[in-house]
Design a protein around this ligand. Structure first.
Ligand code: G3I
Length: 374
């Protein structure tokens, strides 16, 4: 059964009471009882330097993810040197505002310094050495935020498009069990934290099948995985409602929670045949791929609004199974989508515009929340 009646009732009641009080409902209130609504933050936001967006985040969201400050290259740039300052500020911001706090990410093929995989001479390290480095990193970082970071993306983007395990340095040096080891080390460092596998394009069948098989195996072995993150860097027409519903249902059947972890909606023409979120891919600049440098035509704005409402209707039809929907940023001005896969484009992927003002999609998403059954 997709709907969770209690959650819907609670959503509807909150929504109705906010309307009765004559206030503008917020994103987090509209989905209260269904899932938390989150945003990925940059340092300007969580230090308050971007005061306008800090205020939006406090008002609209009840979960936060660190867009970059907890990645290995930022927090652990040299073998014996950790840079905890920005991550400490991020966690403080979340605690002060009573938010659900994410840790992103512990083990990833990207944004991991070369030294991690190499010895002093630049040769690949042994399995034993790499496991020890991974264990030390996880123990140190998860341990520091024990009881404060609620949920970790333990492994990120470990499955390839064809459903096989990605041939990352982790995989090549340690072997496929690096994944279960990462979960075990994270669980040991904070036994109460939620522990997730996070990936993009899981709505595509081949990749989804591989990911389902991976999660099934981990669960069968008793590995402490609690959730799967669907990144959902989507476009206006991909993935379809069917792809989204099937993906959420199939992971749900394995007994893990599902989270939408990096939602944004790309409206620019893609230079690729297939969707991707692989940050290493870059394409040369070409004006035909940047059609809206001075603003969006009304028809496209309307398409975006409809798409956001559709996505939230789909996610909230899985209340209770989908526990969080996080947007990969707050306003269009800061989104990675302006610079990927082509640098310097004007993209419109988030709910707030370049002046950090709400787009029509904010109201549409709020109105798409489940109402009290009559
Ligand atoms: O902070 C440095 C700055 O000091 C330096 O001068 C500048 C020069 O390039 O770089 C700045 O760092 C950049 C960082 O974003 C902060 O802006 C990095 O180069 C750049 O690679 C980094 O991009 C991030 C990307 O992951 C790679 O880590 C994006 O902001 C971030 O949105 C993106 O997020 C990923 C998720 O973690 C995983 N899933 C896909 C998603 C989108 O690619």
């Amino acid at each position: 059964m997709r709907h969770h009646f209690g959650a819907i009732l609670s959503c509807g009641l909150v929504f109705a009471s906010v309307l009765a009080a004559g206030q503008q409902p917020t994103l987090k209130d509209a989905y209260n009882g269904c899932f938390v609504v989150g945003a990925a933050l940059n340092p300007a936001q969580f230090t308050g330097r971007d005061a306008k967006e800090a205020a939006i985040i406090k008002a609209q969201f009840n979960a936060i993810s660190p867009e970059n400050v907890l990645k290995w290259e930022v927090i652990h740039p040299q073998p014996n040197s950790y840079n905890f300052g920005p991550a400490d500020q991020y966690v403080d911001f979340g605690q002060q505002n009573h938010m659900f706090i994410l840790g992103h990410t512990l083990v990833w093929h990207s944004q991991t310094p070369k030294w991690v995989f190499q010895d002093d001479k630049g040769n690949p390290v042994s399995r034993k050495v790499l496991l020890k480095r991974m264990q030390d990193h996880i123990k140190t970082v998860v341990g520091r935020y024990k009881g404060r970071i609620n949920s970790w993306d333990v492994v990120n983007e470990v499955v390839d498009e064809d459903g096989t395990l990605r041939q990352s340095p982790w995989m090549k040096i340690i072997g496929p069990d690096y994944i279960e080891k990462a979960f075990e080390y994270a669980h040991k460092a904070d036994p109460k934290a939620q522990l997730n596998y996070n990936d993009y394009n899981l709505e595509n069948e081949a990749k989804r099948k591989g990911a389902l098989q991976l999660v099934r195996k981990l669960k069968a072995k008793g590995v402490p995985i609690t959730g799967v993150g669907l990144q959902d860097h989507v476009s206006l027409d991909w993935p379809t409602a069917d792809q989204l519903n099937t993906t959420i249902d199939e992971f749900g059947k394995l007994g893990v929670k599902v989270m939408i972890t990096e939602l944004d909606v790309d409206v620019l023409p893609s230079p690729f045949q297939d969707p991707t979120a692989d940050v290493s891919v870059k394409v040369a600049s070409n004006p035909k791929y940047n059609p809206y440098p001075n603003g969006l035509p009304e028809t496209v704005q309307q398409q975006i609004t409809n798409r956001w409402a559709e996505l939230f209707r789909i996610y909230s039809s899985h209340c209770g199974l989908v526990t969080r929907v996080t947007l990969w940023g707050v306003s269009d001005k800061d989104s990675w989508k302006n610079n990927w896969p082509i640098r310097g484009r004007t993209n419109y992927p988030l709910l707030f515009d370049r002046e950090s003002e709400p787009k029509p999609a904010v109201k549409a998403v709020i109105e798409a929340a489940p109402k009290k059954p009559s």
